[in-house]
Structures are given as structure tokens and as C-alpha cells.
Design a protein around this ligand. Structure first.
Ligand SMILES: CC(C)(COP(=O)(O)OP(=O)(O)OC[C@H]1O[C@@H](n2cnc3c(N)ncnc32)[C@H](O)[C@@H]1OP(=O)(O)O)[C@@H](O)C(=O)NCCC(=O)NCCS
Length: 247
């Protein structure tokens, strides 16, 4: 989904230097033709949140005052710089220059808006606005994926387009497709508040689970999911999972 935004690098360095290169989990490292070749190899982990359970234990203590509002038409264009800034140290966008990062985040938002990540759940997507400065400091977007085994290989896209009233009929499983908070506002509970608003909206729709995906190597996202009660799912290639299925 994201590797198109991760550049392949060719570095003319000697083998000793190659061995010293710091490794990033989302890249494959090879050395031939007297060059280091760094190719994108993003690996995704999936996690699941039990919504009724989470809402009972939710602690929404924000250290920075923010108001949450619905997504507006102007946000699709206006949120791209905030999105790019939030990912300035994270794959898949951190290897891009400013202009390309903006293009990538703009296109990613458009992809979400136009159903490329499954139907966009407008009522469970929110923007966080700083109360004092009245500017956007975070956003969360949810989409609807098939209600298939969330540990399976092919559960993260629809084989057939879902019916237009999928949400009203409570079909599928909601997925947290994007969450980002401005670097200067991060660590203040804004991401958790956005999640709280989405969870309440999804419970109102009658859903009981929220799936999510994060890129291997994005430690802050992994910790954020874990601290907020997401359960890490088995990798589709899990041996134990295969043994369980064959019994
Ligand atoms: C991940 C992100 C959305 C979290 O938003 P946030 O508002 O900073 O999160 P919160 O303040 O609600 O943090 C909740 C928990 O997440 C964990 N966490 C958040 N940021 C963290 C960081 N940089 N490093 C380690 N843990 C972090 C903490 O454990 C925190 O709980 P604690 O303070 O009780 O220990 C934000 O850091 C971000 O925008 N990251 C870049 C974009 C991204 O990676 N998005 C996720 C993939 S789609």
C-alpha cells in the first residue's frame, strides 16, 4: 500500500561501510556491483481493539486542550502538510523531500476519501483542533474492510465492491487507516482522544471491533496501539496458527 512512496537507494560505498549502515526494518539491504542497494520491504502488523471493553477503561487525560470536529471538505487538501510533518521521521514518507512528501500525503488522503482503503467512515473520522491557536493538530480516518479473519492474508481489501449501504447494514469491520498528530503536539493524549471519538461513533453504529495496521519499525505507532489496548494479531504465516487450523 505504501511502498510506492519509499525510494530505492543505490549507494556507491565499500563493503566495510555497508556493514556499518544502520538498518531500518522497512528496507532490504544488499551489496553487489560495489554498491549498497536499499530496497523497500515494508512489513505490516495488524492489531485489533475490543471497543466495548476499551471504552470502559478509557482514560482521556489530555495535557493539551483540543477540540475534536468532523472532517470538512477543505481538510482533504488542508491536512496534507500536517500529515507529512507527523510522518517526518516515519516510513513510508520520511525518505521523501518536502514536495514529494506533500504529494504522497495528499494522494494518500485522496485514496482514503475515494474508497481505495475501503469505504471511508465519515462519521467515525475526526480532526483535532488546538483550542488556543485554532489550528489543526491531528486527525484520524477510519474505513470499512471486509469482516474476514483479520489475521489472514487477504482480509484487507474487498474482493467485490461492498454495497453502498454497507455501514447502515453494519457489514464489514472498521479499520483505523490513518492517525497522525503534529510533532509538537504529540505525547499529550490527542491521539488517544481521537481514538475515543472514533470508538464512540463506531459503537453507535453497532460495531464491536476496530482493526488497525502499522509498519514494522514504527515504534511510536506500535507503542501507541499497545498502550491503547490493541491486541497484536498473529502473522498470516504463523506456524502455530496453521497447526491450530489443521487440528
Ligand atoms: C502515533 C501518534 C498518532 C500518537 O499520537 P499521540 O497524540 O502522540 O498519542 P498519545 O499522547 O495519545 O499517546 C498514548 C500512548 O502512546 C504511546 N506513544 C505515543 N507517542 C509515542 C512515542 N513517540 N514513543 C513511544 N510511545 C509513544 C505512549 O505510550 C502513550 O501512552 P503513555 O504516555 O501513557 O505511556 C503520533 O505519535 C503520530 O502522529 N505519529 C506519526 C504518525 C504515525 O506513525 N501514525 C500511526 C501510523 S498510521
Amino acid at each position: 500500500m505504501c511502498d510506492e512512496w519509499m525510494p530505492r537507494l543505490e549507494l556507491p560505498i565499500d563493503i566495510d561501510l555497508f556493514r556499518q549502515l544502520p538498518r531500518n526494518a522497512a528496507y532490504k539491504y544488499e551489496y553487489f556491483d560495489r554498491r549498497a542497494w536499499l530496497s523497500p520491504r515494508p512489513r505490516y502488523y495488524h492489531a485489533l481493539l475490543d471497543l466495548p471493553c476499551w471504552i470502559e477503561t478509557l482514560s482521556e487525560r489530555t495535557r493539551r486542550k483540543a477540540t475534536l470536529r468532523a472532517v470538512r471538505e477543505s481538510d482533504w487538501e488542508g491536512l496534507a502538510p500536517l500529515f507529512a510533518a507527523s510522518f517526518q521521521r516515519q516510513q513510508p514518507f520520511c525518505g521523501l523531500d518536502k514536495e514529494r512528501a506533500l504529494e504522497a500525503t495528499r494522494k494518500s488522503l485522496q485514496h482514503t476519501r475515494t474508497g481505495g482503503d475501503g469505504p471511508w467512515i465519515e462519521s467515525a473520522s475526526f480532526v483535532a483542533v488546538d483550542e488556543q491557536r485554532d489550528d489543526e493538530i491531528g486527525a484520524l480516518f477510519t474505513t470499512l474492510l471486509p469482516d474476514a479473519d483479520p489475521s489472514g492474508w487477504n482480509s484487507y481489501h474487498w474482493e467485490e465492491p461492498p454495497p453502498p449501504d454497507a455501514l447502515a447494514r453494519r457489514l464489514g469491520r472498521p479499520h483505523l487507516t490513518w492517525i497522525f498528530v503534529a510533532p509538537l503536539a504529540a505525547g499529550n493524549g490527542i491521539g488517544t482522544s481521537l481514538l475515543g471519538a472514533a470508538v464512540r461513533a463506531l459503537l453507535d453504529h453497532g460495531y464491536t471491533e476496530l482493526a488497525s495496521t502499522f509498519l514494522n519499525g514504527n515504534d511510536s505507532s506500535m507503542l501507541w496501539h499497545w498502550r491503547n489496548g490493541f491486541r497484536l494479531l498473529a502473522h498470516p504465516g504463523s506456524y502455530r496458527r496453521r497447526w491450530d487450523e489443521s487440528e
